[in-house]
Design a protein. Structure first.
Length: 85
């Protein structure tokens, strides 16, 4: 848990703040690079693509969610990061 996040982190949630966050913009760029391949892949291949995207983000940043009551950011597990992907 932390009260800060870096520009490399992907922030889970809705709104302009998450949309404009540099880590989220980088995430969307990486995802868009895989869209065509993903669309024609098998279920197993799609999971491999998703895991590779999560791993790429995690080399520099984390997937974080903000706890509403405290305002602190918490790192989510890989399952939740894959759901985001």
């Amino acid at each position: 848990m932390t009260d800060k996040h870096t520009e490399a982190d992907v922030l889970l949630g809705r709104g302009v703040a998450t949309t404009r966050h540099p880590g989220n913009q980088r995430f969307r760029s990486i995802v868009s690079q895989h869209c065509e391949l993903y669309a024609t892949s098998t279920k197993k291949q799609k999971m491999i693509i998703s895991r590779s995207i999560v791993a790429k983000i995690q080399t520099e940043g984390k997937f974080l969610v903000k706890e509403a009551n405290t305002g602190l950011w918490y790192e989510v597990d890989d399952r939740r990061a894959l759901e985001k992907t």
